[in-house]
Design a protein around this ligand. Sequence first.
Ligand code: FE
Ligand code: CA
Length: 529
Amino acid sequence: MISMAQQAKSITQKYYGVDRRSFLQYMAAVSAIPTIAASADEISGKQHEFQDYPFTLGVASGDPEPDGVVIWTRLSPSPLSGDSLPEIPIATTWEIATDESFQHIVRRGNTNAMPQLGHSVHVEVKGLKPSHWYFYRFHVGKQTSPTGRTRTAPRLTDLPPLIRFAFTSCQHYESGYFNGYPHMQKEDLDLVVHLGDYIYEYGGQNNRPRKHLGKEIETLQEYRVRYSQYRLDSMLQETHRLFPWIVTWDDHEFDNNYANLVSEEQGISPESFLMRRKNAYQAYYEFMPLRRRSFPQGPNMTLYRGCQYGRLANFHVLDTRQYRTDQPNGDNQKPMTGKVFDSNATMLGEAQENWLMSNLSSSPATWNVLAQQVMMAPLNRGEGNDRRYSMDQWPGYELSRRRILKFFHERKIANPVVLTGDIHVNWVNDLQLDFEKSDSPIVGTELVGTSMTSGGNGGKPIREYERAAAQNDFVKWHNTNRGYVSCEVTPAKWTTHFRATPQVVEPGSTLTTPGSFVIEAGIPGAQRA
Ligand code: FE
Ligand code: CA
């Protein structure tokens, strides 16, 4: 394993040729942080009595395993105005029970809310039973958190008859209200999957349904306030309270359409870019129910990981932002020529791609789910012979895209289903081995979720998308509503209901299901339900 300093050296030499000494000083400062998380359970924190309720941001759980789950909270009486908590570890206790009234507590423990992590708490509970519901809460001084509910994953060797989960993405706060979440809460789900754009980084603008606090976020404190503003939304907070979540990020958790070390804007110094990335990644960790394996290491954070639901479904959670080379052919929509075939370009980076392929090869599951961000199917959005593809998505990294699909095909990976966010429109795509040949085998299915709010009220036909749907044979369906996606997975079939909230610019919406699709196990591609 290469050291942080070596990594920094190669990064700076490769991309910038900056003053190495100042960069190394910076890296040394941030690389001390990981030890903080490891020590949270071991040191003896101070008791602290809060005058005001410290659990304003609620509770959350995530990354379920057969014997445990991460439970999360954060001590923050006034998250929007900046807490003036003592800069000390604050003693926190946690309990997990089989009943909501905590008559049957099965595990409890002490930990510390660490000041370096904004007094957030991440406990990796172990010793639980597979496929069970649990209730959990935290105590600090005389204060008690709301009671969260969570569920463990099935035993790895079991084949559960059914799991249900919902996925969503792209919840721009200013675009509207999270009206899908109250409907999601009423569904009987094992799990919620978030595919990124959990926050947006932009500064507040007037004349929108809601307004971000402050300017475009850059400092750690600004990212923390932004996450707090989102998490104070009761519809979002309640959905975290009710289900375990698997989260991954896209670009807006940091900066629009960024790639690896390259900002959307030009002329940003590498030090300030990496400092901002460190702030963004740290705040993300602080606010999400993630395991210690995802602890930020300065401007790096390992978010790609597996989450297995017995022999039924295996979630391969990807990070298509942190390791990708800069959009090889630039941004926007362009023909698929030239640099999209650059053999040095990569969407996942070598380590993640190798991990994914080995995780897929050894997967015992009926369904192999890629929980990721950007569209994999090569959607031609141009007109006539002017074929154009989004260069920020997989077709901008065409060789990476082909390698994955070829791998599905050659290794006979069982039932690949690719879940996608990012583009604020629902799409159902058959993933063909070679999209240039209409008789090329279908090797997987892509389900693209729309946004929770981004883009405001949807539902109207958009000409570019109507045209794209008509001229790309692999497209089975598309829909421009806002909402989320609900999936029922059994050993024989996968049923997807695209849920729509016609209205997001005001609180509250009805729910419709404009499309439902079925994938039969062993037969890639989606059919109308
Ligand atoms: Fe988005
Ligand atoms: Ca995005």
